[in-house]
Ligand binder design. Structure first.
Ligand SMILES: Nc1nc2c(c(=O)[nH]1)N[C@H]1C(S)=C(S)[C@@H](COP(=O)(O)O)O[C@H]1N2
Ligand SMILES: [Mo]
Length: 333
């Protein structure tokens, strides 16, 4: 640990909670009005009934599975993401989570999501393409060999992990639908179902969670459609059954529990940009030289081990830097 790197006082790393609490507070009036109008549904969403905590720490199963989780092989692009840093433990990866559909408390997400049923599951891929297709989860799992790729994961809140994801390049899925040349961006949408994602009954964010990438970012081989980690199906709290992983961008770009992917011509709206446009941009490339308005991004707290300097593009600059040649990275944060 480099002693010259100042410790970030934990009170500065309150985002997004502090921001959201403010908004939630302001919206309390709206909610109070809606509870009168929609009483039953509102109470159902807010019922304090706890979900059974069935999953063992870090464990994950495929409920009512008709297909098995395919074997996971080595990365086909290992040279693009070689890493010597130790992997974060499965316990930390599955018990320190941002997944606001279940809880805004990182330590609570695992319990709140434990009973999340992710089969059957479909993902529709459409928009500007020749072959729009709705894929069943089992088709997605079989579409290309699953690879394990160990990537750094850097949250905008200045903490990080090293995670062995299982999946394949998102380009493999996108190629199946034959994108048209008019497709310039890719828009992603999380499941919207407050009966299964209880915190969607609270307006902490505008649901469903949405994200987006430029087409060249989406087609970059490092960009991953992940269906598991540590050789197991994706734990619910990490975005089961399918989530995006873009290792050179802040973690919030890695949208979880995806049900829809659309090829579009214009830059799509993204949830955190809508929530705080001055603080969260569309690009969200990890950049130690561009601070968050309320804290430094120069260093990060590695979960399970020390403070370290944040790397340009999270250490993937050689692989992705050319995508941003000529762009003003301060304006396009
Ligand atoms: N649908 C959805 N996706 C999401 C989030 C979320 O709240 N909802 N949180 C994001 C944030 S801020 C981060 S840092 C990562 C966290 O992923 P992890 O819990 O698997 O580490 O998921 C991202 N994807
Ligand atoms: Mo994050």
């Amino acid at each position: 640990m480099d002693e010259k790197i100042p410790k970030i006082p934990s009170r500065e790393i309150t985002e997004p909670e502090a921001y959201l609490n403010r908004r939630t507070f302001m919206r309390a009036g709206i909610l109070a009005a809606s509870v009168a109008a929609t009483g039953g549904a509102y109470r159902a969403f807010f019922s304090p009934k706890r979900r059974p905590v069935t999953a063992a720490k870090g464990a994950s199963t495929l409920p009512t599975s008709r297909g098995a989780f395919p074997p996971v092989g080595p990365s086909s692009i290992a040279d693009m993401h070689a890493i010597s840093e130790p992997q974060t433990s499965l316990g930390d990866i599955t018990h320190y989570n941002n997944f606001y559909e279940f809880s805004t408390d990182k330590a609570e997400v695992a319990d709140e999501a434990a009973a999340f049923i992710t089969r059957p599951w479909t993902i529709s891929v459409g928009g500007l393409c020749s072959k729009p297709t709705t894929f069943d989860l089992d088709d997605v799992l079989q579409l290309a060999p699953l690879e394990q790729r160990v990537y750094r994961m850097r949250c905008v809140e200045a903490w990080s992990m090293v995670i062995p994801w299982d999946g394949y390049s998102l380009s493999k899925l996108l190629e199946r639908v034959q994108p048209l040349s008019s497709a310039k961006y890719v828009a992603f949408t999380t499941l919207l179902d407050p009966t299964r994602m209880p915190n969607q009954g609270r307006r902490v964010l505008d649901w469903p969670y949405v994200e987006g990438l430029r087409m060249d970012e989406a087609m970059h081989p490092l960009t991953m459609l992940a269906c598991g980690l540590y050789g197991q199906p994706m734990p619910p709290q990490d975005g089961a059954p399918l989530r995006l992983v873009v290792p050179w961008k802040y973690g919030f770009k890695g949208i979880k529990s995806i049900v829809k992917i659309e090829l579009v011509s214009e830059q799509p709206p993204t949830t955190w940009n809508l929530a705080g446009p001055n603080e969260y941009g569309f690009y969200a490339n990890v950049n130690p030289a561009v601070d968050h308005p309320r804290w430094s991004q120069a260093s990060e707290r590695r979960i399970g081990g020390g403070q370290r300097k944040t790397l340009m593009f999270n250490g993937y600059a050689d692989q992705v830097g050319r995508l941003y040649a000529g762009m003003d990275l301060t304006a396009n944060y």
